[in-house]
Ligand binder design. Structure first.
Ligand SMILES: Cc1ncc(COP(=O)(O)O)c(C=O)c1O
Length: 389
């Protein structure tokens, strides 16, 4: 089992999170709490499987092993109570790549793509680069957490033709794990208006112990037939550099054109190490993920308590899933451009600016909690010192 308190030096490994700091933020002497990437060594069985595969000196084109589908399905059944057909599984080289393929496949230039905002920024990039219109429906704050504004969704899909919506479940950046009732209401609304659901469930195994992820497509055969789901071992086990993910597309109506679009784009081939790592993760990584989430839950609780006691001007939204925390920084009364600079120059931490997630992110910052707790303590102390200066 991993020691999540262990700090492993990542500088000099071409890590985006660590080695891009100077280029991205203008200084490298800050604690990187930005891109969603964990600083924990992965599940040891994954490292062993990769080392074993690396020993064999040929790295040519690779098939998915015959039991790959069964291993993925076994994970989904055990962890999420979901039993899609084996036929529904389609290999994709990364979730963002899969979403981009789906948008290219199921929408036309000029079409609207609906998202709930604040929204994970690559969704916007995909829509904009492909000449689609991003329709952002703001989440509402109910005094405790962000919730879906169903009237606003209804208005959006009734007022213009929307062929597809990207659902982020759990939601990055606000950390919501959508409840059954919310998913049912949203799914029905989208089904009634002919909106295909592209459900990004890459964070679906990063659920705090008091919550439960419900796969959108597991809710009903109708929802399954109206959805394309993406998931992976990448976020959960810290394997994002291997770019290996799964699309789950129960209906051939969507699956066949999706596969054809992958061919058209020349994507969909297997990454040898990505498959090896995913197999090792999903075969028996359950205990490791449970330990990870227990560790992250304690980190989250520490953050909530620490900020309430020492940094009341910054109010973290309590995440239900993901290792990301959405910080309401409006209490600092800083101008838009001054806010990220305050965290960098005064506190010495690099966060993701809320404005990257759209207009709804103004006054917010996203903080990555997936670091050894001694580093979190240091970061919180630095933010407190800046706030109290
Ligand atoms: C919601 C969401 N989708 C997708 C991704 C990235 O997935 P991939 O690296 O497989 O493209 C991330 C990474 O942070 C994410 O937060």
């Amino acid at each position: 089992m991993s020691d999540f308190d262990q700090l492993v030096e990542r500088r000099g490994t071409d890590s985006v999170k660590w080695d891009e700091l100077a280029q991205k933020f203008g200084r490298a002497d800050v604690i990187p709490m930005w891109v969603s990437d964990m600083d924990f060594p992965t599940y040891p069985a994954i490292q062993r499987a990769l080392a074993e595969r690396a020993q064999h000196p040929l790295y040519g084109y690779t098939l998915k092993p015959p039991d790959y589908g069964a291993v993925v399905l076994g994970w989904l059944k055990r962890r999420q109570g979901w039993e899609p057909d084996a036929d529904a599984l389609v290999h994709v080289n990364g979730v963002v790549r899969g979403l981009a393929t789906a948008v290219a496949c199921f929408t036309q230039p000029g079409d609207a793509v609906l998202v709930l905002s604040p929204t994970y920024h690559p969704f916007r990039a995909i829509a904009e680069h492909q000449g689609r219109r991003l329709v952002e429906v703001p989440l509402a704050w109910d005094g405790r957490r962000f919730v879906i504004d169903f009237d606003a969704v209804r208005q959006a899909v009734a007022s213009t033709r929307v062929p597809a919506a990207i659902l982020c479940s759990p939601h990055n950046p606000v950390g919501r794990v959508w409840e059954r009732g919310e998913l049912l209401q949203l799914g029905q609304l989208l089904l009634d208006h002919g909106v295909l659901v592209l459900s990004d469930e890459v964070h679906s195994d990063l659920i705090y112990p008091e919550y439960r992820h419900i796969p959108f497509a597991s809710l009903s055969p109708e929802f399954a037939a109206n959805s394309v789901t993406f998931m992976a071992a990448s976020k959960t086990f810290g394997l994002a550099g291997l770019q290996t993910s799964v699309a789950i597309i129960p209906s051939p109506t969507w699956r066949e054109p999706f596969a054809a679009m992958q061919d058209a784009l020349g994507s969909g081939l297997v990454n040898t190490f990505g498959i090896t790592a995913t197999m090792a993760a999903f075969r028996d990584g359950d205990g490791w993920v449970d330990a990870l989430m227990a560790y992250l839950a304690a980190s989250r609780d520490l953050m909530l308590q620490y900020f309430a006691e020492h940094i009341p001007a910054i109010r973290p939204v309590r995440p239900e899933g993901t290792y990301l925390a959405w910080l309401d920084c409006r209490g600092l009364s800083l101008a838009d451009d001054a806010l990220p600079r305050w965290f960098l120059d005064r506190a010495g931490v690099a966060l993701t600016d809320g404005r990257d997630f759209g207009e709804q992110g103004r006054g917010f910052q996203r903080m990555n909690l997936a670091m050894p707790r001694p580093v979190l303590h240091e970061a919180f102390g630095k933010i407190a010192a800046a706030a109290q200066a």
